[in-house]
Design a protein around this ligand. Structure first.
Ligand code: CU
Length: 125
């Protein structure tokens, strides 16, 4: 009689262990990702990368001026893309999901006003 109780319990434990290990796998320690961030020059690149790296759990950040792609390596157990995007809009750089406030956008250097001018003038700095 006792066996009938212990077997399902064991199965449940196994199921729980499997579930937790799946979650652990889903949250990668060194997750690579990339997304669009608006900006236009070397100064933007510095600002974007600094803001991204300032987020706890972000290990690597590199923004490409030409493609506007921000490449990241982050620890998913500590952070997520939305936290990085929140940090980016706080320093004035738009992302697809989050837009910088007027105040934050106003804080960027005049030559970094990417909203008014979409052309790439990175050569002029
Ligand atoms: Cu700039």
């Amino acid at each position: 009689m006792n066996q009938f109780k212990t077997i399902p319990m064991k199965k449940m434990m196994i199921a729980l262990v499997l579930l937790f290990s799946t979650v652990a796998f889903a949250q990668e320690k060194n997750k690579k990702m990339a997304f669009d961030v608006d900006g236009k020059c070397e100064m933007c690149k510095m600002r974007i990368e600094k803001a991204a790296l300032g987020v706890k759990g972000v290990k690597f950040a590199s923004w490409d001026i030409a493609s506007h792609q921000l490449s990241l390596i982050l620890d998913e157990r500590k952070t997520d893309p939305m936290k990085v995007k929140t940090a980016l809009v706080a320093v004035g750089h738009d992302t697809k999901e989050l837009k910088a406030s007027e105040e934050a956008y106003d804080s960027v250097h005049p030559c970094c006003k990417y909203r008014e001018d979409a052309t790439d003038d990175s050569g002029s700095h």
